[in-house]
Design a protein around this ligand. Structure first.
Ligand SMILES: NC(=O)c1ccc[n+]([C@@H]2O[C@H](COP(=O)([O-])OP(=O)(O)OC[C@H]3O[C@@H](n4cnc5c(N)ncnc54)[C@H](OP(=O)(O)O)[C@@H]3O)[C@@H](O)[C@H]2O)c1
Length: 274
């Protein structure tokens, strides 16, 4: 279970457009600073996003912000080059590189990025426990969408899981999340906007090109979510108010969406009217 003052109800994902050349350091910095002012103090990123660019941008954006005011989460196992390696040595190297890019001496949460059960070796867990004991990792977890999440319940060093949290989940998937929570793990929800109306993406911005390219790629792979008819606000509320949810991480490239999301989460620093 995560107990940290900056482990906020709403988190900000520094991935996607924030990891691409279409995005910019200044855009990410402006959003990160606004997020902190609003009380959105959990930041999620990972080495696999933009081959380290996302972590680097988050590190640059957090310069000048007191380290104990934010909760920084990154991942390991899918590395900066996109290759997968959960060996203890590779995860150690990945963590050290992440710390350098994030310009910090510790991460508040390290998530293993979708490991298979057999990849969670005793050697890897011992290694991670040692990093925890040295304070380089404050909390440990698994990010995934299937049976791998439940493996975390059997590893005492684990504190959290990150998993999709939206109304499209099956009863079986929700029961899995419930078992993880009962075992004492914190749940960070993702993909909360899945299938939501996208009309709010207007006016077009440079990031629209990134979203458009992703849409085409997902269409070709047959992976685009069917429209749910829910508005983004309804989707976010559903996840924030879900009894299993401890935090919800959402991605945005727009200050007005960040404001609206913080307001939806009832955060103290959020503006009271649109
Ligand atoms: N999806 C995954 O596979 C995955 C895996 C691991 C971790 N994560 C974490 O989860 C984070 C969120 O990613 P996600 O895939 O789950 O996306 P999401 O947060 O469910 O959806 C992001 C989309 O919602 C839009 N949006 C956000 N707030 C809005 C608002 N108020 N009104 C209208 N549109 C709004 C954003 O567009 P605008 O930019 O226009 O606001 C963006 O297109 C990632 O950044 C990452 O930290 C995701």
């Amino acid at each position: 279970m995560i107990d940290h003052p900056a482990f906020a109800r709403l988190g900000f994902g520094v991935t996607g457009p924030h990891a691409s050349l279409i995005g910019s350091v200044s855009q990410t910095r402006d959003l990160v600073h606004r997020a902190v002012d609003l009380g959105v103090t959990l930041f999620d990123t990972g080495p696999a996003y933009g081959a380290g660019r996302a972590e680097k941008r988050l590190g640059q954006a957090l310069r000048g912000i007191r380290r104990d005011k934010v909760f920084v989460c990154t991942k390991a196992g899918i590395h900066a080059g996109g290759h997968r390696d959960f060996s203890a040595g590779a995860v150690e190297m990945s963590l050290k590189e992440s710390l350098a890019r994030l310009q910090t001496d510790h991460v508040d949460l390290l998530l293993l990025h979708g490991p298979a059960e057999e990849e969670l070796t005793d050697k890897l867990i011992r290694h991670l426990e040692a990093f925890k004991a040295r304070g380089m990792i404050r909390h440990l977890g698994i990010c995934g969408r299937g049976a791998e999440l439940e493996v975390a319940t059997r590893i005492p060093a684990m504190d959290a899981i990150m998993a999709p949290l939206n109304p499209e989940l099956t009863a079986g998937e929700l029961e899995r999340l419930e078992r993880c929570k009962k075992a004492g793990l914190s749940l960070i929800g993702i993909e909360v906007m899945k299938g939501s109306a996208k009309s709010a993406r207007l006016p077009l911005s440079p990031s629209s090109a990134w979203y458009f390219a992703r849409h085409i790629k997902q269409s070709l792979l047959g992976r685009n979510a069917a429209p749910s008819g829910r508005s983004p606000q309804k989707s976010l509320s559903w996840a924030l108010d879900h009894p299993l949810s401890d935090s919800v991480v959402s991605l945005t490239t727009r200050l007005k969406h960040l404001d609206a999301n913080a307001r939806q989460a009832g955060l103290e620093g959020s503006p009271s009217s649109p």
